[in-house]
Write a protein that binds this ligand. Sequence first.
Ligand SMILES: [Zn+2]
Length: 443
Amino acid sequence: MLKSLRTENAVLYTIKFLLKIAFGYTVSPTLESLSEDNVIIQVEGIKIKFKLCSQDKLVNLIDGKAHMKYIPSYDDDYTIPVIDENINDLYEYSNGYIQINYDIITLSFVLLSCYDEWTSEIRDEFDRFRYTDSLVYKYNLINIPVVDEYAFLIRKILKNEVQSFTPSVRSTILVPTHDIDDLYRFDGFFTSIKTLVGEAIREKRPLQLCSSILNMLKTIFSKKEDQYLKGIEQLYKDSKKYDLKSVFFFMTAKPSQFDKGQDIDNNVLALMSKITDADMLFGIHPGFNTFRDVTIMNDEIERLRNTSGRDIVFARQHYLRFDRRVTFENLEKCGVKVDYTMGFAEHEGFKCGTAHEFYPYNFKKDQPYNILEKPLIVMDATLRHYQKYSMNKAFEVLENLFKITKRVEGDFVILWHNDRIFRDPKWYQEVYIRFISQYNTKQ
Ligand SMILES: [Zn+2]
């Protein structure tokens, strides 16, 4: 497995990604040579030699034991970690080529490819790779999109040394996304009674219970009055108000312990039409049991395709359940083109070292998958339940992550669930709406 980190394809894939961010557009570098300790490429008439760390350091790196050194970021505002080398200068320019003295390739590839997740056998209670088992945790990188930072070091070097170099500056886009785990709060007599009893035990607030009973009675006459369904409409309206293009993920999983199994009916179809008419997107939220089962996944996607009459190309896994060795391949087989799952449930931040979309790497084929990943940076439940932040702290965290994303020209993908609007109205207003109302314009 170790060898797969330094193949010609893997190295060139990483360099292409770094250069795309550095230039601000796609470029086609050509490989001149690749050896144990360096790689030389040509791009747009510029020759760059990237140093690669030794095999010993590579082994330490993936074991989480590498010694990191902190060097100034491209704007000198921060320091960023690199694999330690006994050198002083980031780069040198001689004999007509630029030589970058630190290895910025290997760690970038390790993070983009989620190598740790591919090789690890340890999982949490939902069979997910845990933040605390990741290299991002071990090297304290969750708040540093380190791959993007490396790309910006390249941009800085090119600006210094190549007169004709004019990078294209990219605007950061805020991308609200919404997993619709629950279409309806009250869906049929028995589930409604279960919901009410659950609420009575949990909340112990008689007034709220009365209002819930009233709401349930209302939904008997008109399902459109259901609070969770209204939540979807609210998210759509608020995105429209702030000129944002939300992505909604609908479920078609059959009922199970972790899947509601509610039907896409005419009310939901009407909402889907509104969503697409407003140039927003919707896709599939594959159920709890899909991540290793391509048959179940395909059935669910087929169902959404048939019900909605539209092609289904966007996806995010329910519970963010993902098996790095098979899920991308399964999504690919089911016709999905863009995935939004790569984020940790327990911690906000930059799981793959980047806030830019990228093609994840298939180690089996030694080439990228045909599926674009838009990394998830923050989810409502992470702030509220895993991190247990106060509302003010959650807002601060969002602001800080947005600023970090903006300085590397990435995209800010945030996840807010429709049921949370009813269940946590204060959080919706004072964290989510406060945030999207301030950071909605293309920055
Ligand atoms: Zn979900």
